[in-house]
Design a protein around this ligand. Structure first.
Ligand SMILES: [Zn+2]
Length: 269
């Protein structure tokens, strides 16, 4: 997301908006103020809060919030550049450049909100502190206040904003910590490692994304079932859940133990 933000910051603020919309009925989540309220205004740039991209207007009166979910993509098209026929959302700028949101698949899950600054504040209030640059002191407090497994805590945007399922896998592997370790049981040394892993993995991801790397090249553990661990060569293992999959190295992270899906083993018992 940070890579998107950096790439969009200058182009979206170069010219005022001449046409806002159309938007897919499932994509646009707000109707008041109407999209056309954006027309004639200039965006101040692109900001980011966790996985949301924010485009405030220069006059400070409105803010476009975009959540891409998993399949949404934002593209900035120069004048004359060929784009999708029916994007889920579109902003046209003076001079003919466009910001378009597309989403693969029939299910429209990505969202666009047009908000006042007060509404935006409310919308974002439930998010935890940003993951990048969190630091071990703050992380120790957070771990102490939670009673759950590390993987689940890292993914919870209300606790720490900005880590998805894939990066939770990458970060825990880098920190050599079990995804199942309980938050209250992490030692000070482990908190240090986890804080360092959050920064170094998210920075690594950012750098690769900015160079245009795809998922396959960016991730080293996530989605790599059976492939050799990049540290020790042990095949990467996984635990499946309905909504996500944990990938981990049994040698580096769990002392050789294989993690079980507790819900599944309960059913089989
Ligand atoms: Zn390993």
């Amino acid at each position: 997301m940070e890579a998107w933000r950096r790439a969009l910051n200058d182009p979206v603020s170069a010219f005022p908006i001449v046409k806002a919309g159309p938007a897919h009925v499932a994509t646009l989540k707000t109707f008041d103020p109407p999209l056309r309220a954006l027309e004639g205004r200039r965006l101040a740039g692109a900001e980011r809060r966790a996985k949301r991209l924010l485009f405030p207007t220069e006059d400070g009166e409105l803010l476009v919030l975009v959540h891409l979910m998993t399949a949404g993509r934002l593209r900035f098209l120069q004048f004359g550049e060929k784009g999708p026929k029916t994007p889920a959302f579109r902003l046209v700028f003076e001079g003919g450049s466009q910001l378009v949101l597309t989403e693969a698949g029939a299910k429209k899950r990505a969202g666009v909100w047009l908000l006042t600054p007060e509404e935006a504040e409310e919308e974002l209030a439930h998010l935890g502190p940003e993951a990048l640059g969190l630091g071990s002191e703050r992380l120790a407090e957070i771990c102490g206040g939670e009673s759950r497994r590390l993987h689940s805590m890292l993914r919870d945007q209300r606790v720490i904003a900005g880590i998805g399922r894939a990066w939770a896998n990458e970060i825990l592997h880098h920190a050599k910590l079990s995804p199942y370790e309980l938050t209250r049981e992490v030692s000070p040394d482990e908190v240090e490692r986890l804080a360092e892993a959050i920064d170094s993995e998210l920075s690594r991801g950012l750098e690769l994304r900015e160079r245009g790397a795809n998922d396959k090249r960016t991730y080293r553990v996530h989605n790599k079932l059976g492939e050799p661990c990049y540290v020790c060569g042990t095949p990467i293992a996984q635990v499946d859940f309905e909504e996500h999959t944990i990938y981990y190295c049994p040698e580096c992270q769990t002392g050789g133990r294989v993690l079980k899906d507790r819900r599944l083993s309960r059913l089989l018992r």
